[in-house]
Design a protein around this ligand. Structure first.
Ligand code: AMP
Ligand code: GLY
Length: 425
């Protein structure tokens, strides 16, 4: 079997690592990959949105299965292109990817299918957004409101505003084109602010059947104690105790099943991965966002727990036979700590030499996934992005997995390295 993985971050390193453990996989390619991925796969220089070139490559090199990491590839229609050429691929179609690529589409979808989510309004201009805010529809001047750019914005398009004044400023700053592209913010979504604990529930699905992965919790802010700006994610823990059995049932009955059924009834079933960003409110679980891909670093924390061959799961997704596959996970818990460059997330410095990687990787039950690394002129590993490494450990419980992850983290260093000391706390 020849497998192609699309993407180049820590998530894709974890996906490549999972395929490398399959007895049936002979060769893995990754577009574009990174220095860590290059130890397991042949990296090819084609970007995730260049779907024509990726499909040409897959045909020329007789790829048996392609697995897509990032949303921009799905939103660009990679799945539709591959399927039209008879190529097998795990990932949502362009139509299904709208659940992630347009927040307005996702909110309207949830309303159509009575899926619990925050009350919202869609504005087609900053003036309209301001008028809606000033109308008092989202509460008084002192109430918090969430302001979101409609389009893909790599985690930067959401501002949780503390009051109306902040919300009006958030509308202005999104519309200015400075923090997200003007295109992504052409439409603005306003939402009532929800309160509770956040949980990421990710599932494999063939469009009809589904299998939940262990629940995960991301840590989005750069600083300890959830301070500072949002990032792509600074660390994730998985633990069965993040949700109880009743909550799990409620999530399935009120969210997972209506979402899959709703997508099918609209002629665009979600195949591949579905990621639910949930707020566990006093009034039950509510959807904050849909993604149609693995999270990053959720993938790093979750895939180390997977016991079943990812190739077998991928095949079942493609063939529509997921119901017949029993997916097994390790019992216990995992922790992933992201090591980031100086000045991440605003303007990360790159090119710093990374020390201690080899000894850290020798720790038992620890996997170090590369997010942004490359090989320097002297063959040494150097930083090459904002998020650099995802240090992941598994253990029988959360506190032991955290202990293991941080022990490995302590061996790694480079000038300006940043990480959160409070993941899982
Ligand atoms: P999203 O990309 O839509 O998940 O938003 C990013 C983050 O913003 C979420 O993980 C939450 O922390 C926060 N957020 C989004 N929507 C809401 C909401 N309606 N109420 C409270 N927090 C929210
Ligand atoms: N870590 C959050 C995401 O990948 O969307």
């Amino acid at each position: 079997m020849r497998v192609l993985v699309v993407g180049s971050g820590g998530r894709e390193h974890a996906i490549v690592w999972s395929f490398s453990r399959s007895a049936e996989v002979d060769k893995i390619f990754c577009a574009k990959g990174n220095a860590g991925i290059a130890e397991l796969a042949e990296c090819i220089d084609i970007g995730p949105e260049d779907v024509m070139a990726l499909a040409d490559f897959a045909l020329e090199r007789s790829i048996d299965l392609t697995f897509v990491g990032p949303e921009n590839s799905l939103a660009a229609g990679i799945t539709d292109e591959f399927e039209s050429r008879g190529l097998k691929i795990v990932g949502a179609s362009k139509a299904a990817a709208q659940l992630e690529s347009s927040k307005a589409f996702a909110k309207d979808f949830m309303v159509r299918h009575s899926i619990p989510t925050a009350e919202h309004a869609v504005a087609d201009s900053p003036e309209e957004a301001a008028a809606i805010l000033n109308s008092g529809r989202f509460g008084s001047e002192s109430d918090p409101v969430v302001v979101k750019a409609d389009g893909l914005a790599a985690g930067k398009g959401v501002i949780v505003a503390g009051d109306r004044k902040e919300a009006l400023a958030a509308v202005e700053s999104l519309a200015s084109g400075k923090i997200v592209s003007a295109e992504a913010a052409e439409t603005i979504v306003l939402e009532k602010c929800l309160f509770g604990k956040e949980v990421s529930v990710i599932l494999f699905t063939d469009g009809e059947r589904f299998a939940l992965m262990p629940p995960a919790r991301d840590h989005k802010r750069i600083g300890d104690g959830d301070t500072g700006p949002n990032t792509g994610g600074m660390g994730v823990v998985t633990d069965p105790l993040l949700i109880d059995e009743d909550q799990r049932r409620e999530i399935i009955d009120k969210i997972v099943e209506p979402t899959l059924e709703g997508a099918r009834s609209e002629g665009s079933p979600v195949k591949g991965i579905l990621f639910l960003g949930l707020m566990m409110t006093d009034d039950g679980p509510k959807v904050l966002e849909y993604n149609v891909r693995f999270g990053d670093p959720e993938a790093e924390a979750i895939l180390v727990n997977l016991e079943t061959d990812i190739l077998e799961i991928s095949r079942a997704i493609v063939e529509g036979s997921l119901g017949e596959t029993i997916i097994q996970w390790k019992e216990g818990s995992s922790a992933c700590v992201i090591l980031a460059s100086e000045n991440y997330p605003s303007s990360p410095r790159t090119g710093d030499r990374i020390y201690g990687l080899e000894s850290a990787s020798k720790h038992e039950n620890v996997e170090i996934f590369h997010a942004g690394t490359s090989v320097g002129d002297d063959g040494e590993m150097v930083t090459a992005g904002g998020r650099v490494l995802a240090v992941t450990a598994i253990a029988s419980n959360l506190s032991n997995s955290l202990h293991r992850a941080y022990k490995a983290v302590n061996e790694i260093s480079w000038p300006g390295m940043q990480y959160r000391r409070d993941i899982g706390k």
